[in-house]
Design a protein. Structure first.
Length: 668
C-alpha cells in the first residue's frame, strides 16, 4: 500500500524545483566539490551547538547521520527516524500494528542510495527500506531470511545489490526480488562494510578485516597485519587508501597498492567511527574519549565531551557527517546531536562563570584597556575593575566593599586611560582615580568637583580632557595646573549638551566631543566650537543627536556610532556625513563601539550583533551569536589590542576578534 506522509509530500514538491539542478557527485560515501571553510580555524575554536529533545529529536543516541541529494538530513536514533529540513524536525516511529511502517525504533545504521533516493535503515529487528519520494517502507526481517535481526552495517555492492552485516553473518539482498542470501563470517559479527574505488567489498569484523571473493562466494582475510582485530569502521578518503577505525587500536591507514601502513593512536583508542571533511581533516569518534581531529600537517585537536573544557555534549561519539554547506554533525550515544558551523568560531575570550569567583565579573562592560605594563583592565558596571592575570588565567578584583584585597574608591568605573606619563587613570562615580602600582590600589585624584561622574578621558598635548555625565567637558593643563570647563552654560565655548559620552583627539589635533544631544568639534586654535546636529531629513547630516562613540581609522577618517542613527563617517571637504543604517546592511542603528581591524575594515558593535564594513566597497558583513561572538547586545567597552585583536564587551562577556580575520571567515 502506498502511503505518502507529510514530509514525503514536502520532498516531492521541493524535488520538482531541484530536478533541474544536478546534485553534486558522491565518491566513496562523501560529498565532493569545492572545499568548504573548515570548522577548525587558527583564529578561533569551534563551537558545537547541541540539538536535543527540545529541538525535536526523538532520542539522544544518534547512530547515523545522512544527507540526501536534495540537502535534507536524516538522523537514525535509538528512538526512531528523524527528518530535518533545517528548520523543523519530524519523527517517524515504529507502529506495532502497522506492518508497512518502520520495522523498529532502535536504529543502528543507515545507508543512502543516491541513485534510487532510498534509505536503507538497519535496526535491532531487521531492515527498513524507505522510498523517500513516496514515503513507502519495505521491510526485511529474520522471517524473510536475514541471518540475524540486529543489523549493524549496510552498503551497496558494485552489482547493485545490498549487503547487510549483522550480529550473525553477512547478507546479500536483491532489492527487486527481495531474495536474501546469508554467508558465514569469522566470529559471526560484522561491524563495518565498505566498497572501495576498485569495487572491492571489505568486511570489518571482531576477528579482523576481510575481502569478499566473488568467485568462491566467501570471505578471505585481508593481507595486512592489524594492531587490533576488531574493525569498527572502514573508509576510503583518497583512492586506494583505506582508513580503519579499530577498537583498542586507534586508526590504521593502509595503502592498498603498496601495503604500506600508518598507525595513529589516541588518548582513547576505542575508535568507533572515522570521517574526513573536505578540508582534509580526519575526524575520529571514540567510545568514551570524545572526538579527535587530525589536521593535515600533524596538528591534533581533542573535544573530550566532558570535564572543564567540555564543548561536545557527550564523550561517546556514534556518527559523523559533513553536510553540503560545510556544517559538521556529530551524533553521540546519549548527548544528542552536535553541530559545528564553519562560520562560527568561539570568539568569546572572557565570560562570567557563577561557579568561579575568579572569572570575569557579571554585568555590562563599560571599558577595556591594556596599560603600558601590559596589564588588561576591564570595567564592569557597578562591579568595579577586573585585572586579568594571564599566568593564572584568572581575574583579580578591585572593589569598594566585600572581601577584596584591592580597594577601589568606586564600583562604577566608566573610563580607563593611560596618560603620557604611563599612569593608569580610571574615571567614574566620584571623579578621577590614579593607579598606585606599588600599593596595587587606586587613589583619588582630586581634580574635579566632588559630585562629578567621569565618562571619557583623552589627551591633547599638555591637556587632559575629561568628559562627564552632567558637567560637560573639562580641560586640564598639566604644566600650568589650570582647569577649564566647557558646558551648555559656558560663557564662551558652549557645548551642545552636558552629558559627554566620548572624546576623540584626532590626528589634526581637533577635539571631537560626542554628547547625548549633538556632536561638538573644537579646532586646534580653540577659538570656537562647531556643533553638528540632526537637520530634519537632511541625509548629509547626522541621523540622530545621541553620539555614543568617536573613532579615527588609519586613513584619518572619523567615524561615529550613534544611538538610533547608525554609523556615520565625517566627510572633510563638505563638512557633512555619510550614514550607514539598517537598510544599508547595519545590524542595528544603535552603535556602541567602533574599531578598525588590520585589514582596514570597520567593525561596529551594536545592540544587535556586530557589523563589519568594507569602507572601499561599502559592503557589510554581519556577525551574530551563531557566529560565536557570545551575545547580541554590546556595550561601550572596546579596545584594539597590541596584536591587532579587537575586543568588544557585552553583558555576555568579551569577544576577541583576530585583526587578520579573513574575508572568507565572514562570508555566509
Amino acid at each position: 500500500m502506498l502511503r505518502i506522509q507529510g514530509w514525503a509530500i514536502a520532498i516531492v514538491i521541493i524535488t520538482l524545483y531541484w530536478a533541474v539542478t544536478a546534485a553534486p557527485p558522491i565518491v566513496h560515501g562523501r560529498e565532493l566539490g569545492s572545499p568548504q571553510q573548515s570548522v577548525l580555524r587558527p583564529d578561533s575554536t569551534p563551537v558545537f551547538d547541541t540539538l536535543g529533545r527540545e529541538s525535536g529529536i526523538s532520542n539522544l543516541s544518534v547512530s547515523s547521520v545522512i544527507q540526501d541529494r536534495y540537502g535534507f538530513l536524516w538522523f537514525g536514533t535509538q528512538g526512531g527516524l528523524n527528518y530535518y529540513d533545517g528548520r523543523t524536525m519530524e519523527t517517524i516511529r515504529h507502529n506495532p500494528y502497522d506492518q508497512d511502517g518502520l520495522v523498529h525504533n532502535l536504529i543502528q545504521t543507515m545507508y543512502y542510495d543516491k541513485d534510487s533516493h532510498e534509505l536503507w535503515i538497519g535496526t535491532y529487528q531487521g531492515i527498513s527500506r524507505l522510498c523517500i519520494h513516496s514515503g513507502q517502507f519495505t521491510n526485511y526481517a529474520a522471517e524473510e531470511g536475514l541471518s540475524n535481526p540486529v543489523v549493524i552495517a549496510i552498503c551497496k555492492g558494485p552489482d547493485g545489490l545490498i549487503w547487510a552485516g549483522t550480529m550473525d553473518g553477512l547478507n546479500r539482498i536483491h532489492p527487486d526480488s527481495g531474495e536474501i542470501t546469508a554467508y558465514p563470517v569469522p566470529g559471526n559479527v560484522v561491524r563495518a562494510l565498505h566498497v572501495d574505488s576498485q569495487e572491492r567489498l571489505y568486511v570489518g569484523t571482531y576477528e579482523g578485516l576481510y575481502q569478499w571473493d566473488a568467485d568462491t562466494l566467501s570471505l578471505q582475510p585481508a593481507p595486512w597485519e592489524l594492531p587490533s582485530a576488531a574493525v569498527m569502521a572502514i573508509a576510503e578518503f583518497s583512492e586506494n587508501q583505506l582508513t580503519l577505525g579499530l577498537w583498542e587500536g586507534g586508526v590504521l591507514v593502509i595503502d592498498a597498492e603498496s601495503g604500506k601502513t600508518e598507525h595513529h593512536v589516541y588518548d582513547d583508542n576505542r575508535v568507533y567511527t572515522v570521517f574526513q571533511t573536505s578540508d582534509g581533516t580526519r575526524w575520529v569518534g571514540t567510545w568514551g574519549g570524545g572526538l579527535f581531529a587530525d589536521v593535515p600537517g600533524g596538528e591534533r585537536h581533542h573535544f573530550a565531551g566532558e570535564g572543564q573544557e567540555k564543548s561536545l555534549s557527550h564523550p561517546v561519539v556514534y556518527s559523523i557527517l559533513e553536510d553540503h554547506t560545510g556544517n559538521l554533525w556529530v551524533g553521540t550515544n546519549g548527548g544528542g546531536l552536535n553541530k559545528a558551523n564553519p562560520r562560527r568560531g568561539n570568539f568569546v575570550r572572557f565570560s562570567h562563570d557563577s561557579g568561579d569567583p575568579q572569572s570575569l565579573s557579571a554585568g555590562k562592560i563599560n571599558a577595556i584597556h591594556r596599560d603600558i605594563q601590559g596589564e588588561l583592565w576591564i570595567a564592569v558596571y557597578n562591579r568595579g575593575l577586573d585585572r586579568y592575570d594571564s599566568e593564572a588565567d584568572t581575574m583579580i578584583k578591585y572593589r569598594t566593599e566585600g572581601d577584596y584585597d584591592h580597594p577601589l574608591p568606586t564600583d562604577n568605573v566608566v573610563a580607563l586611560h593611560s596618560d603620557r606619563d604611563g599612569r593608569l587613570l580610571a574615571g567614574g562615580s566620584g571623579g578621577l582615580f590614579v593607579y598606585n602600582r606599588e600599593e596595587d590600589a587606586f587613589e583619588p585624584w582630586r581634580l574635579l568637583p566632588a559630585d562629578v561622574i567621569v565618562y571619557a578621558l583623552a589627551e591633547q598635548g599638555p591637556y587632559l580632557w575629561i568628559g562627564t555625565y552632567n558637567h560637560g567637558a573639562f580641560r586640564y593643563h598639566r604644566e600650568e595646573q589650570e582647569l577649564e570647563q566647557f558646558s551648555q552654560a559656558g560663557p564662551d565655548l558652549r557645548l551642545s549638551n552636558n552629558l559627554v559620552y566620548d572624546i576623540l583627539v584626532d590626528s589634526r589635533d581637533r577635539v571631537w566631543i560626542a554628547t547625548n544631544n549633538g556632536l561638538n568639534r573644537l579646532d586646534p586654535d580653540g577659538g570656537s566650537v562647531q556643533v553638528y546636529e540632526r537637520q530634519g531629513t537632511d541625509a548629509e547630516q547626522l541621523a540622530a543627536n545621541t553620539i555614543r562613540t568617536a573613532y579615527e581609522d588609519s586613513q584619518g577618517r572619523i567615524w561615529f556610532g550613534l544611538v538610533g542613527g547608525g554609523l556615520a563617517r565625517y566627510i572633510e571637504d563638505s563638512h557633512s556625513f555619510a550614514t550607514f543604517l539598517e537598510e544599508d546592511g547595519l545590524t542595528s542603528n544603535v552603535v556602541t563601539a567602533v574599531l578598525e581591524d588590520d585589514q582596514g575594515r570597520i567593525w561596529a558593535a551594536t545592540h544587535n550583533g556586530i557589523s563589519v564594513l568594507n569602507p572601499e566597497t561599502e559592503d557589510f558583513f554581519s556577525l551574530t551569536p551563531q557566529d560565536g561572538i557570545g551575545g547580541w547586545e554590546f556595550n561601550a567597552g572596546n579596545y584594539k589590542d597590541h596584536d591587532g585583536t579587537l575586543l568588544f564587551g557585552g553583558i555576555h562577556g568579551i569577544a576577541a576578534i583576530p585583526g587578520q580575520l579573513s574575508d572568507t571567515a565572514l562570508e555566509p
